[in-house]
Design a protein around this ligand. Structure first.
Ligand SMILES: [Zn+2]
Length: 435
């Protein structure tokens, strides 16, 4: 039995009410939570010993007008000063803690330590999203994972670990399917396990819809939950048509938990302001106005084990201006996270999530790698390294990519001084350079 269930239930009950709080009440709540977090961080986290000084008044009160003087925490801080960022002790009732690793767009992993209370809050916010979208709770839910992430009973296809099944509260099962199985097999398992709700990236959904449409009787799903990349209108339409599924976007990260989820009445998102103080800042670190686009900087309110006070999430978002669905929670019109292309091969599509990025980087001894599909069956692998990769290294990578993408692929390797930028000035890990 999940020992945090009562805590999650209490938070859920609050969330069902707090979504209607007037903005002033929400601000007072956030400031109360932030004040506790700031005091905790200053007292117990070496990284914040002096960093928060601008907001602390002589009498110990908080000067909110100076909030923006708190320096922004970067991903490099999280990577290089992880130990300093850990709290020496936790507030009562916040433990135990758990570590998560996340690799993000740079491909360099960081480790995040979260408290039990933060995990319970994330589950409660997910439960609120499910309630608001009227998702039927009687069907199972599934996602695609690497086999080492399986939980519960494992089922194999011959020698290959195929999926795992774990009982949840209320008789629901959580199904985790091996990401590397052929899409046709994934669809069979989803049908067999009575999955109603699937969650993964928009590109995975689009590729699965492409396979689903080949079936005589396509699989029907109740909902598709999207994490990570922004879903385009075209992708939304393809997935809705193929599966008859409602598409729901969720903005979350390992560092900050669930930050926003789609409004039940519209395609924009509502910020989970009870769990995270989310700022959208322009290039001068000034808060954006509604309609403006800026960088997302977050302060997760429950992150007491490894406080992240003004953490640069690495995404760009556009602020909205309220919503007429009844919720008072602030609106994000959209979040532009990483956008990776779908590779196109004769008769099938290819998903970058299957590529072992850290293996590529290590094998090439590269600081950065870009994979460009230059023709239907050809990739150019561009990398920054001190020396050319050895033939054995290239052979190892070729084998992997032929296995996970397409067996007929051809490769060319180019060692460069800099990864080329796209029209928008971004250096992307994966690009498709033919129509
Ligand atoms: Zn709304």
């Amino acid at each position: 039995m999940d020992r945090t269930a009562p805590l999650r239930q209490r938070i859920y009950q609050m969330l069902m009410e707090s979504q209607f709080w007037p903005p002033g009440q929400m601000q007072a709540y956030q400031r109360d939570q932030l004040a506790q977090l700031l005091r905790h961080a200053k007292a117990t986290v070496p990284f914040y010993k002096a960093r928060l000084d601008p907001v602390f008044k002589k009498n110990g009160g908080i000067d909110w007008s100076r909030w923006r003087e708190i320096p922004i925490v970067t991903r490099a801080d999280l990577r290089e000063r992880r130990t300093e960022l850990l709290a020496l002790e936790l507030p009562p009732g916040h433990g135990p803690t758990k570590d998560f690793s996340t690799s993000g767009s740079s491909g360099v992993p960081v480790t995040v330590t979260a408290t039990a209370i933060a995990s319970a809050a994330k589950s409660a916010a997910t439960q609120r999203m499910r309630t608001l979208h009227k998702l039927n709770s009687s069907r199972n839910y599934a996602t695609f994972v690497f086999p080492h992430q399986f939980k519960g009973t494992v089922f194999n296809d011959g020698e290959t670990p195929a999926w795992s099944c774990e009982a949840q509260d209320g008789g629901i099962k959580s199904i985790k399917i091996n990401l590397f199985l052929p899409d046709s097999r994934k669809l069979e398992i989803l049908a067999r396990e009575n999955v109603g709700s699937l969650s993964h990236l928009p590109n995975t959904a689009e590729i699965l819809a492409y396979e689903n449409n080949k079936l005589g009787k396509p699989l029907r799903l109740e909902s598709f939950l999207f994490y990570g990349q922004r879903i385009s209108d075209e992708q939304r339409q393809k997935v809705e048509e193929s599966f008859g599924a409602r598409c729901i976007s969720i903005y979350s990260s390992k560092e900050a938990g669930l930050m926003a989820s789609q409004c039940p009445a519209s395609n924009h998102l509502h910020i989970a302001a009870e769990l995270v103080f989310l700022e959208v800042l322009d290039e001068n670190n000034v808060p954006c106005a509604p309609g403006e686009t800026g960088r997302v900087v977050v302060t997760p309110l429950y992150s007491t084990a490894q406080p992240l006070i003004r953490y640069e999430q690495g995404d760009v978002a556009t602020l909205g201006d309220g919503c007429n669905c009844g919720s008072e929670l602030p609106v994000l019109l959209h979040v532009d996270g990483r956008q990776d292309p779908i590779f196109r091969f004769p008769g099938r599509l290819g998903n970058e999530v299957l590529i072992d990025k850290s293996m590529l980087q290590k094998t090439l001894r590269a600081a950065a790698v870009q994979m460009a599909q230059t023709k239907e069956l050809k990739f150019e692998i561009r990398y920054i390294a001190d020396a050319d990769a050895a033939p054995a290294a290239k052979a190892k990578i070729n084998r992997h990519l032929r296995q996970v993408l397409h067996p007929m692929l051809d490769f060319e390797y180019r060692r460069l001084a800099e990864i080329p930028r796209n029209a928008g000035g971004k250096q992307q890990r994966f690009v498709r350079e033919f129509a």
